[in-house]
Design a protein around this ligand. Structure first.
Ligand SMILES: N[C@@H](CCC[C@H](N)C(=O)O)C(=O)O
Length: 286
């Protein structure tokens, strides 16, 4: 069997996008997706995105996401932008505003005139239990409206904000993202016992109340050049801590994302680039 795909990226967070409406992918296993995402023996990608038929009549498409390690994911912000560009470029819809079914509900995405995409990322969950994160025995302190939890890792204490964007994020403020121990601490925190489903670990440097730099050690993928949901989680945490004001420009290693959030109970709006790299075809073992 041959599988057609498109390689895309959003601010350097790269994807293999697969049309699973016109191609039968039912026999492709998570291990196959993992092999395809391998950077040495496969095509290479942080995530695999499947474009599928929705089961809800109010949605235009369904969108299933696998991490590089083959695990299923609830949400992917940079992927959502690439998803819209893909279905538009492939003539699968003429609509510029598209409703997409994801694991946690419906997501509304808008293809802007300049080719960028704006995504309504939904209302963030602000309780640690919602990630889930088991924080009952951890020391905590308030900063603004946020509650920070002290987690011991690699011989030090990190004060983490807990934000769910449908997927779990723990965010800490660092003085310099370039020297922050993103790989060392990120890997240890991703798998920390307080996160039963693991977590994405964000490191945020605050330049001023409207500008930050963020690096994210992603669950199931390691550090990526950008993480859309991670950027949203960092902005939500910063606004709740009282150190950021909406809108916020987020500098990731691979590009810039713009995030707006009006506060508790409101959805996070994210805008940023979506780029096609090439179309390809790979043989898969039957
Ligand atoms: N790169 C993504 C997030 C992908 C999912 C994440 N690794 C997880 O396991 O939750 C983004 O742009 O949001």
């Amino acid at each position: 069997m041959k599988l057609k795909f498109t390689k895309m990226h959003g601010a350097g967070n790269d994807f293999i996008v697969v049309n699973a409406i016109d191609q039968d992918v039912s026999r492709i296993t998570p291990a196959d997706w993992c092999a395809l995402a391998d950077r040495h023996f496969g095509v290479g990608a942080d995530q695999i995105l499947l474009v599928e038929k929705p089961s809800k009549s109010s949605a235009d498409f369904k969108y299933t996401i696998y991490n590089q390690d083959g695990s299923l994911v609830e949400n992917c912000g940079n992927g959502a932008r690439c998803f819209v560009k893909y279905v538009h470029d492939k003539g699968m819809t003429q609509k510029r505003e598209i409703t997409v079914q994801i694991a946690t509900g419906l997501m509304i995405l808008t293809l802007n005139e300049d080719g960028s995409v704006t995504v309504n990322m939904g209302v963030p969950k602000l309780q640690a239990a919602g990630l889930p994160a088991v924080v009952d025995s951890l020391p905590s302190r308030k900063q603004g409206e946020d509650t920070l939890y002290a987690v011991n890792v690699n011989g030090g204490t990190r004060w983490l904000s807990m934000v769910s964007m449908g997927n779990p994020h723990a965010v800490q403020v660092v003085s310099d993202v370039n020297t922050a121990p993103v790989l060392f601490d990120g890997e240890a925190l991703e798998k920390h016992a307080i996160f039963p489903n693991k977590a994405n670990i964000g490191f945020m440097q605050i330049h001023d109340q409207h500008h930050i730099s963020v690096r994210v050690f992603e669950r199931g993928a390691g550090e990526t050049l950008a993480c859309g949901t991670g950027a949203c989680a960092a902005v939500v945490a910063g606004i709740r801590r009282g150190v950021l004001s909406s809108p916020v420009t987020v500098q990731a290693r691979g590009g810039v994302l713009n995030i707006a959030w009006a506060g508790k109970g409101h959805p996070v709006m994210m805008s940023g680039p979506a780029v096609t790299v090439f179309d390809g075809e790979v043989p898969l073992v039957d």
